[in-house]
Design a protein around this ligand. Structure first.
Ligand SMILES: [Zn+2]
Length: 541
C-alpha cells in the first residue's frame, strides 16, 4: 500500500513538474458573464434605419466589433413574446418547448391558459396576482439551466424584464432570481418559485421610486423634433394614444393616466430596466466569481411603444435612440465591473412587427385590419345552417380556432364538413388567405416553408384545430397602431448580434434561425445544449 502511494506520488510530481515546465493552460476557458439582451418587437431594419443617429458605444459597438447575423428569422408562427423568449433560450420551437403562444386553450380541459401562470406559487414583493407565475409550463431546459448544470450550480442566473414572461422564460427552471415589474407601486417583484422574500438590494432599489422620478417630467424627444426625418408625422390618425392622452403627439405628459403604468409605453421603461440590471450586476456580483454567470435582460418597452404608435412613429425612433444610450451604459458598466473581453453579449428580439395598415394604405400599399367580430358571427351562423349548431368554437387564440370536441362527438359531426363551412364563410372576408387544418398540415396546399413554420408552432395539447392565415400585412387587431404574430418575414426577421469574449467583427448573411442561438452558445460555452434543442450551431469565428 505504502509502495503504491510512493509510486503514485512520484508520478503526480512528475506530471506537476512537467505541467509547470510546459506552461500550458489546461483550465476550461469561459467568459465570466453572459448577457442575453432581448429587445421586445425589434425589427432587423431598426439597426439600419436609425444607424446614422446611434452613438458609437451602443448598437454600433456590437454591430461593428461583433458578429452580425443579418438574416436571422423565426421559423414558426405564432411570433409572439412568450414563444419568442422560450425559443431563444431553449434552442427549439413551440412544437417542442410547449410555449405555443402568450395564451392558449388547454385542449384537455378547455381552460384558457396564460404562458407563465402557476397557481401553486405566490407573489413576492406586492399584493395581488401579478406574481402567481413560474416557468412550469415550459417543457424543456434552457441554455441558462444548462450553464447552471455544467457548473454544479456554483454560478448565478438573474433574469429581468418589465413583462413577467420576458424574465421567467429566459431564466429557465433554475434561475436564482427572475424579476418583473408591477405598476401598482412601480416595484420589481418575483414569485415564491424563486424565493420567499425579495433580496435587500431589490427592496432598496424599489424604495428609490425610480418609475415615478423617470416619468415625472413627461416624455419629449431627445433631439429637436424636426431632426426625426426617418419617421412619419407626429400627429397621425394611424397612431394610438397613451392612456388618458388626447393626441398622438409629443410631448407626452403621463399626467392624465397612471404614470407608473404608462412608463411601459415609453423609453423610460427601458431605462429603469437597465438601471435595475446594472444594480443586479453590482449586488449579485455577476461575472465577479470563478464561475460563469448569466444575466438575461429583456427590454419590454419597445413592444408597448411599437403596438401603440407603430414602426413609422417618432415615438418609436426616439425609443430606439434612447435605448441605444441605455445599451451603451450597460456595456460601459460591464467593461468596468467584469472587464472588456471577459463577457459575452448577444442581442436579439422575440419577434418583429407589421406596418401600421392605415399608414401603408396611405402610401398605396396593401394591408388591413381583419374584421374578426364579423368573421366569428358569420362562422357561427353558417355552422348553424350547415351542421345544426353554431356553438362549436370553444377557444380562439393565436389566429387558431379550437373546436368543442364534446359537441363534435355527441352530435357525430363531420370534421371535414365543419372545416369546409368555415373556409367557405371566411373566403368572403377581406384579407383572408387560407384556412389550415392543423391536424393535417402536410396535406395543405401551401409552400413547404410555411408548412414547416406552422408545424414548428403546433402542439396538439395546446394548439387549436384550424388556423386562419390572412394575407400579408393583414392582422387581427386595431385600426391604430400595429401588431405581430404571423409567419410573414416582417414578423420573423429580427437582429442577432454576438459581441465580446474572443469574438471579432464578422457579418453572416446566410439564413440563421432563432433556435440556433442556444446551441451556438452551448458550443461556445462548452456545456450541453438545452434538452429539446433542434437548432444548428452558427459559425461565429
Ligand atoms: Zn407585442
Amino acid at each position: 500500500m505504502k509502495k503504491v502511494f510512493i509510486i503514485l506520488s512520484i508520478q503526480l510530481m512528475t506530471v506537476f513538474a512537467f505541467g509547470q515546465k510546459q506552461k500550458t493552460t489546461t483550465v476550461l476557458s469561459r467568459p465570466k458573464l453572459i448577457v442575453g439582451i432581448v429587445v421586445d418587437q425589434m425589427r432587423h431594419d431598426y439597426l439600419q434605419k436609425f444607424y446614422n443617429r446611434y452613438g458609437e458605444g451602443g448598437f454600433k459597438r456590437m454591430m461593428n466589433q461583433g458578429v452580425n447575423c443579418s438574416n436571422n428569422h423565426y421559423s414558426y408562427a405564432p411570433t409572439v413574446t412568450a414563444a419568442g423568449h422560450a425559443s431563444i433560450y431553449t434552442g427549439t420551437t413551440p412544437a417542442v418547448h410547449g410555449i405555443v403562444g402568450n395564451d392558449w386553450t388547454d385542449v384537455l380541459t378547455g381552460k384558457k391558459m396564460y404562458c407563465v401562470d402557476d397557481s401553486t406559487v405566490q407573489t413576492v414583493g406586492t399584493t395581488g396576482k401579478t406574481g402567481v407565475m413560474s416557468p412550469k409550463n415550459l417543457w424543456t431546459s434552457t441554455i441558462t439551466d444548462q450553464m447552471r448544470m455544467a457548473q454544479n450550480f456554483r454560478n448565478k442566473t438573474i433574469a429581468i424584464a418589465l413583462k413577467d414572461r420576458g424574465a421567467i422564460l429566459p431564466g429557465g427552471h433554475t434561475a436564482n432570481g427572475a424579476y418583473w415589474y408591477d405598476s401598482k407601486e412601480g416595484n420589481w417583484i418575483t414569485s415564491t418559485f424563486y424565493m420567499k422574500d425579495l433580496p435587500n438590494w431589490v427592496n432598496s432599489f424599489n424604495a428609490e421610486k425610480q418609475a415615478a422620478s423617470l416619468t415625472k417630467n413627461g416624455w419629449n424627444t431627445l433631439y429637436p423634433i424636426q431632426t426625426y426625418v426617418q419617421s412619419a408625422e407626429d400627429e397621425s390618425p394611424y397612431e394610438g394614444k397613451i392612456s388618458g392622452e388626447k393626441t398622438t403627439s409629443f410631448p407626452h405628459s403621463f399626467s392624465t393616466g397612471n404614470a407608473l403604468e404608462s412608463i411601459r409605453t415609453s423609453p423610460f421603461g427601458n431605462t429603469i430596466t437597465k438601471n435595475f440590471a446594472i444594480r443586479s450586476i453590482d449586488e449579485e456580483k455577476l461575472g465577479q466569481s470563478q464561475a460563469t454567470d448569466f444575466l438575461a435582460i429583456s427590454f419590454s418597452s419597445p413592444d408597448y411603444v411599437g403596438h401603440t404608435f407603430g414602426p413609422q412613429s417618432i415615438e418609436l425612433e426616439d425609443t430606439y435612440l434612447r435605448l441605444d444610450r441605455d445599451i451603451e451604459d450597460l456595456l460601459n458598466h460591464l467593461d468596468q465591473k467584469v472587464g472588456k473581453g471577459n463577457y459575452l453579449v448577444f442581442l436579439t428580439a422575440d419577434h418583429a412587427v407589421a406596418e401600421t395598415p392605415g399608414y401603408i394604405n396611405s402610401k398605396k400599399m396593401p394591408g388591413g385590419v381583419f374584421d374578426r367580430i364579423k368573421a366569428m358571427n358569420e362562422i357561427k351562423n353558417s355552422l348553424k345552417l350547415s351542421v345544426g349548431t353554431g356553438d362549436l368554437i370553444i377557444g380562439e387564440e393565436n389566429s387558431q380556432l379550437y373546436l368543442d370536441q364534446k359537441v363534435m362527438e355527441s352530435l357525430k359531426l363531420s370534421r371535414e364538413k365543419v372545416f369546409e363551412t368555415i373556409e367557405k364563410t371566411l373566403f368572403k372576408m377581406e384579407g383572408f388567405s387560407r384556412l389550415i387544418d392543423l391536424k393535417n398540415i402536410q396535406n395543405t396546399t401551401i409552400i413547404d416553408l410555411y408548412k414547416d413554420m406552422i408545424t414548428n408552432g403546433y402542439h396538439p395539447a395546446r394548439s387549436g384545430d384550424f388556423m386562419i392565415l390572412l394575407k400579408p400585412q393583414w392582422f387581427i387587431g386595431y385600426k391604430t397602431g400595429t401588431t405581430h404574430s404571423t409567419l410573414y418575414a416582417y414578423d420573423t426577421h429580427v437582429p442577432l448580434l454576438f459581441y465580446g469574449w474572443n469574438l471579432s467583427a464578422k457579418e453572416i448573411s446566410t439564413k440563421t434561425n432563432i433556435n440556433d442561438i442556444a446551441p451556438t452558445l452551448a458550443n461556445l460555452l462548452k456545456c450541453n445544449e438545452p434538452s429539446g434543442t433542434t437548432g444548428q450551431i452558427i459559425k461565429l469565428k
